[in-house]
Write a protein that binds this ligand. Sequence first.
Ligand code: URA
Length: 216
Amino acid sequence: MSPQTGNDPMVHVVDHPLVQHKLTLMRKKDASTNSFRTLLNELAMLMAYEVTRDMPMQEVEIETPLETMKARVIDGKKLVLVSILRAGTGILDGMLTVVPGARVGHIGLYRDPKTLQAVEYYFKMPKDMQERDVVVVDPMLATGNSAVAAIERVKVLKPKSIKFVCLLTCPEGIATLRKAHPDVPIYTAAIDRQLNDHGYILPGLGDAGDRIFGTQ
Ligand code: URA
């Protein structure tokens, strides 16, 4: 189940008990790098389940041990998962477990610590983006600047659709992304209270990249 928040049908909070339980374990400051990464991987699979809910399907003919039938399959190759480096990698791996045929794009963005603006250092996408549905992934939608910049770049390639998936966000991040890209639905496991002056989500889970890669 993925109820929409308040009045905004474009913001989906995935409030499934498994998602909420795993997110709580990830938030704890004493979660090890290993368990943080494992939980993120599991959460990403559950988020993939929600975000691919309306993926187009086609019928193919198959043989069961008893007879021939028409059965439905998805065309995973039409899906592109776009990871915002570096923390997006954590979500990407889990999603690829569930949709192994998906193509992958990468956008390298870092946050200027003074301005909190996104600065691009890498961009690589699959071919034929006009034929593909894109899911942009980043665990934290905080200021929203990286998500806005990444989606702007992807839009130039005119994909069929774009969705954004994160684990955690806050009212400020949602407002920024919704304003810049009102056509892009947001999938998140939780909407936290607020952003602090350093661009961190409160209560949040800390620096997702550091916690995934053990770089603190
Ligand atoms: N990025 C993070 O990793 N954590 C936050 O709280 C905000 C942005």
